[in-house]
Ligand binder design. Structure first.
Ligand SMILES: [Zn+2]
Length: 420
């Protein structure tokens, strides 16, 4: 198969999409279901139609562009990512996995090759949590991780419900119809910039993801008793900040002693009330983010932190209610997909390394309903979610080439693997 990636064309499409933005270049802002997002979707739809693909949209606005295979009854092979961008972001996050997948499909078409299983490009709705406070809205609903009932509760900052917003944006139908039955797709593979510095540092152009870490995040409120910093003597104080400080150190310790460098835990918010120099802190709001590639290990860290909090309640007389914001399970990538990615790299003589995805992606949720995998390319300094995010045209083209080869292999015969 003679696969030729049209690097210049792909590059000009990446630039064209970056111009459909609500920010001043080079920054990109494209929030889901805004007029700008709608314009970008129409533009992409047109490109897919030009590539002779059939395009449809589901009730949450996920877009599916299908290149029909010779056996339309075989489960399709899917690829794709997102084009929504957080405020003041860059051009490549998500976009490389969408426009790159389109170019991979066009390269296969140009080579004269024809898939047996259909190949579908998926544009996932709202991978970024910007508008509705929850990331991977589209893939969560496809995988059944977010129920239609819970989705109907979501509102944006202006108080508009997801239901109102999506329908206004033309995503019609009932949310109940979004969820995919297991076995619907034969496999899913997502191309993405690494968003970290490892590939650039090691000089390896391709990363094959073996597992995707998933965060658990909690809000914790430490409630003690305030008072005059001079008049209230030390015995019997219920200083909320002192208790919070113990929790923060316990969080660090729990991650450090997990037995794996894949465990990370962070307290990123510490709001002290009333925040006066001569007042004992009566209330502290903490945020907690724990990530790991192993669910049991991550939950062990969470339990250790909870145990510490319980201990502090007894010891310091404070109360520490907490609220779980999300606790998604991490995923292992399917050997069906990683094996194919590895063979594709070897076919083209391209060096690769296996790695962990520390950020989470739509592939995390797609892995619940299909054998899934991810391919990373380097990005400069590991920067992402900022205007100077950059991936070189050569690195992007290499990723697209390996993606095309992988899609060809996966779609050449029906995949019968079913993910339970
Ligand atoms: Zn992304």
């Amino acid at each position: 198969m003679n696969l030729r990636i049209e690097q210049d064309r792909l590059q000009s499409e990446i630039e064209a999409l970056a111009r459909i933005s609500d920010a001043t270049p080079p920054a990109v802002t494209r929030v889901v279901f805004t007029p700008t997002d709608q314009e970008a979707r129409r533009w992409l739809r047109q490109l897919c139609l030009e590539a002779r693909m059939a395009v449809r949209q589901d009730a949450i606005g996920n877009m599916f562009a299908r290149w029909a295979g010779s056996d339309e009854s075989a489960p399709p092979i899917a690829t794709g990512s997102h084009i929504d961008a957080i405020p003041n972001a860059g051009k490549y996050d998500g976009v490389v996995g969408v426009l790159g997948a389109l170019e991979a499909i066009r390269a296969l078409q140009r080579s004269g090759w024809r898939p047996l299983c259909s190949i579908e490009l998926i544009l996932f709705t709202s991978e970024e949590p910007t508008r509705f406070g929850i990331g991977c809205l589209g893939s969560r609903m496809l995988s059944g991780t977010l129920t239609p009932g819970a989705a109907r509760q979501l509102t944006d900052d202006s108080g508009e419900t997801l239901e109102q917003v999506r329908k206004k944006a033309g995503a019609q139908g009932e949310l109940e119809s979004v969820r995919l039955p297991s076995g619907h797709y034969g496999a899913f593979v997502e191309l993405h910039i690494e968003q970290g510095p490892l590939l650039e540092r090691t000089g390896v152009p391709l990363g094959i993801v073996e597992s995707i870490a998933a965060p658990a995040s909690y809000k914790m409120l430490v409630e003690g008793a305030g008072g005059h910093a001079g008049a209230v003597l030390m015995p019997g104080r219920k200083d909320a900040l002192c208790a919070a400080a113990e929790i923060i150190l316990a969080v660090e310790q729990a991650a450090l002693s997990s037995g794996s460098s894949d465990t990370v835990a962070t307290v990123g918010i510490c709001d002290v009330f009333p925040g006066a120099v001569n007042s004992i802190p009566s209330r502290v709001r903490l945020s907690l983010d724990v990530r790991d590639t192993d669910l049991q290990r991550r939950d062990k860290v969470l339990h250790a932190i909870q145990a510490k909090a319980q201990h502090l309640v007894a010891e310091r007389g404070v109360s520490i209610p907490f609220q779980i914001i999300n606790a998604d399970a991490p995923a292992s990538c399917s050997s069906l997909v990683t094996g194919s990615l590895i063979r594709s790299c070897k076919t083209h003589g391209l060096p690769f390394q296996t790695m962990v995805s520390r950020a989470y992606h739509d592939a995390l949720f797609m892995s619940r309903v299909a054998p899934a995998g991810m391919l990373f390319i380097p990005c400069r300094n590991g920067y992402s979610h900022r205007p100077d995010e950059y991936a070189s045209p050569e690195d992007i083209a290499r990723g697209v080439l390996v993606l095309a080869e992988t899609l060809a292999e996966l779609s050449a015969q029906p995949v019968t693997a079913i993910v339970s």
